[in-house]
Ligand binder design. Structure first.
Ligand SMILES: NC(=O)c1ccc[n+]([C@@H]2O[C@H](COP(=O)([O-])OP(=O)(O)OC[C@H]3O[C@@H](n4cnc5c(N)ncnc54)[C@H](OP(=O)(O)O)[C@@H]3O)[C@@H](O)[C@H]2O)c1
Length: 315
């Protein structure tokens, strides 16, 4: 199956940027519908990559975006519900239903779908994970469309909202850092490996109908990851792990702040470890990159202390 042109929904985001970059390098044209294409002009420097204004919830507009494409990639997802974006169900389930119908209407038979580790309609502990699970099931419910899903643990890399978010918060809080759910466990996976998994699957019929969990090579608790961020920034911050009630209280307070740095739904997602039983990256022939080989390159560059800490690690 030769792939020349794809449409990437959510392609203007963190994962989308890295994926579009890699697809462009392979000469694959990318159409990226966006609510705000003018904010993503940087994508236009990539050969064959075109951010375009579109309402992806409108069936006619979606069909027009998909027409002439050999495959569709759906990366749309939200971590928190907010008034202007609509809720989890709209982004994670209703959109998938519209994508499936638009694929059929436009004659597209290949879809790569981004889900999340622990996404499960019945057992997902949060609205994020249960709606992600429901959407994933809906995507796989159409025999005429060949679907592959990806279920990553937390994703890191330049531009991520995990290490960068903690770096920002660590910079803002001069005192001991109060951390909710400190013992939650993750296997952070490199965005370049996630993008490579999409690219390997794109033209490979062996991946049709498959759902791949994606993990990095090392397991960390949240406390260890925040400590790791602080070390890379050269910040000596004691981290105070919060118990359950204090974690919930923190979530209830922070979800009222602009940008919702942490929410009760995030707290619920953290009640299950984000770890792979079978790592799809290995099955796809990709050796997962370690945080140590990537994170210091962008996190350490954020501050003078971080650049010094990086030098100390290198010498
Ligand atoms: N980052 C992680 O650690 C991680 C881990 C596991 C799974 N995932 C999943 O991976 C996918 C990509 O994550 P990401 O970190 O790249 O996300 P991101 O940076 O937030 O990008 C998501 C993109 O989706 C579009 N979008 C979001 N909400 C929308 C809405 N209501 N209507 C229309 N478009 C909307 C946005 O495009 P415009 O604003 O241009 O319209 C945005 O650029 C998501 O599905 C996420 O759930 C991410």
């Amino acid at each position: 199956m030769k792939i020349n042109r794809v449409c990437i929904l959510g392609g203007s985001g963190f994962v989308g940027h890295h994926l579009a970059c890699r697809l462009a390098r392979r000469g694959i044209q990318c159409r990226i519908p966006s609510r705000h294409p003018q904010r993503h002009r940087d994508l236009e420097v990539l050969p064959g990559v075109r951010p375009v204004a579109a309402d992806i919830f409108d069936p006619a507009s979606l069909k027009a975006q998909f027409s002439g494409c050999d495959a569709v990639i759906n990366l749309v997802g939200i971590l928190n519900e907010s008034g202007d974006e609509g809720g989890f169900r709209r982004a994670h389930v209703e959109l998938v239903d519209r994508v499936m119908e638009a694929c059929k209407a436009a004659g597209v038979t290949r879809l790569l779908h981004m889900s999340a580790l622990n996404a499960d309609r019945e057992r997902g502990p949060s609205r994020y994970l249960s709606t992600k699970g429901e959407g994933e099931n809906h995507a796989h419910g159409h025999p005429e469309i060949r679907v592959t899903s990806f279920r990553p643990s937390v994703i890191f890399g330049p531009g991520d909202s995990f290490f960068n978010r903690f770096a920002e918060l660590l910079g803002l809080v001069p005192a001991p850092f109060p951390l909710a759910c400190p013992d939650a466990r993750f296997a952070p996976v490199y965005v370049g490996d996630v993008a490579d998994a999409f690219i390997r699957a794109l033209a490979d019929p062996a991946t049709w109908g498959r759902r791949y969990d994606l993990c990095g090579p090392r397991i960390f608790t949240l406390r260890e990851l925040v400590r790791y961020s602080a070390d890379n920034l050269g910040l000596a911050r004691p981290i105070i792990g919060l118990g359950d009630s204090a974690s919930i209280l923190q979530a209830r307070i922070l979800e009222r702040l602009p940008g919702q740095p942490f929410s009760y739904d995030n707290y619920l997602s953290l009640q299950v470890d984000s770890l792979c039983r079978h790592n799809g990256l290995i099955e796809l022939g990709i050796e997962p990159a370690d945080v140590d080989s990537i994170v210091p390159l962008y996190l350490g560059a954020r501050s003078k202390q971080g650049r010094l800490a990086r030098l100390r690690r290198l010498t």
